[in-house]
Design a protein around this ligand. Structure first.
Ligand SMILES: Cc1ncc(COP(=O)(O)O)c(C=O)c1O
Length: 339
């Protein structure tokens, strides 16, 4: 029940949109009218036309294509030690970039600008033998459920600019971050200095809705060819576009993320009530708690899904809510804890 946002189904309005897109013949590979409409909606959403948009099939592919667009094969990408790109995408980033090095930094649940700056301070550009940092990558919400505010993003951006790097954001949970921060999409992205955003709506309630967005001067001539070369240019593109339209047109993305975030707050309160405090603040749709074996098995015995999360400690466990989390599910967890 609370294993991962990917375990939940697809919002019925997304299914309806896919079915509605299935009623005609349409140009392939993104030349269709639904793709055009989706692109316009994304431009409106981010309040700029200074962007290139590339739909891809998975969040991992969005990250890999973003990084391949920004980082040469002799470059390096600085990211948090718990980053999805470092731990959970196989060797995808290395393969897409043709060999760029991922360098994990940071020991606290969030990457700190000072840690990135320290890594860059000691970098010697004249030392030809070392990988050359070209990209800073953050995740918002991050892998430990934490939010980077526009102010924090701007600090990473200032460092990126100072050292001539690009700033990438893995936005697999961008919708949850937006709802928590209560700022606009542009404030949480290009206006704070994000150059490339992996904009994911799959976890948010879609089936397959992931995009690489390159803003302003970060737009690259190579990206269309890199997408094709990596076989991420989807032929029946309109079905991806239909999902973006359904999510953005009437703020379905917001309803879904609000539901997920509210459910997470309710779960946090239930844990509190049972003497279990979340080990990091609940800032989106993820709750991290320390459970002893007895507590963990009580929950597991009630058929509730959740995962150990060793990045935050030996006893840490992760619970994830979604657009479809409801009071019944939450009460089942409450009962399991109280039994
Ligand atoms: C932080 C983060 N980034 C990206 C992804 C995208 O993963 P996938 O390639 O499975 O869509 C995930 C999914 O778990 C994630 O948690």
């Amino acid at each position: 029940m609370f294993g991962s946002d990917n375990q939940y189904g697809v919002h019925p309005k997304i299914m309806d949109a896919i079915v509605a897109a299935n009623n005609d013949i349409a140009p392939s590979y993104g030349s269709d009218s639904l793709t055009q409409k989706a692109n316009e909606l994304i431009q409106n959403f981010f309040e700029t036309k200074e962007m290139d948009i590339y739909f891809v099939s998975t969040g991992g592919a969005a990250n890999c294509l973003s990084l391949a667009s920004l980082c040469p094969n002799w470059g390096a990408i600085l990211c948090h030690n718990h980053a999805h790109i470092l731990l959970d995408e196989g060797n995808g980033p290395e393969m897409f970039t043709g060999g760029a090095r991922l360098i994990g930094i940071g020991i606290s649940p969030k990457l700190l600008p000072i840690e990135v700056e320290n890594a860059l301070l000691h970098h010697d550009e004249s030392f030809v033998h070392a990988p050359q940092p070209k990209v800073i990558s953050i995740t918002n919400l991050n892998e430990n459920g934490l939010l980077y505010s526009p102010n924090e993003i701007a600090q990473f951006s200032a460092i990126a600019k100072k050292y001539g790097l690009y700033l990438h954001c893995d936005g697999a949970r961008f919708a949850n971050a937006l709802v928590t921060s209560a700022v606009s999409p542009k404030e949480l992205s290009w206006q704070s200095g994000i150059d490339a955003l992996s904009f994911g709506l799959t976890k948010n309630g879609a089936m397959l809705a992931e995009a690489v967005i390159l803003f302003g001067d970060a737009r690259q001539k190579a990206t269309p060819y890199l997408r094709k070369t990596s076989q991420q240019l989807i032929s029946k593109h309109r079905f991806l576009a239909a999902q973006f339209i359904a999510m953005l047109e009437n703020d379905l993305w917001k309803d879904c993320a609000q539901n997920a975030n509210k459910a997470a707050q309710k779960i946090a309160q239930i844990f509190h009530k049972n003497g279990i405090s979340p080990i990091v603040p609940v800032q989106g749709n993820e709750i991290f708690v320390e459970l002893d074996e007895k507590q963990a098995s009580k929950i597991a015995n009630a058929n509730i899904g959740f995962y150990p999360w060793h990045a935050l400690g030996a006893k840490a466990h992760r619970f994830v809510t979604s657009w479809s989390s409801d009071d019944n599910q939450i009460q089942t967890l409450e009962k399991a804890l109280e039994d």
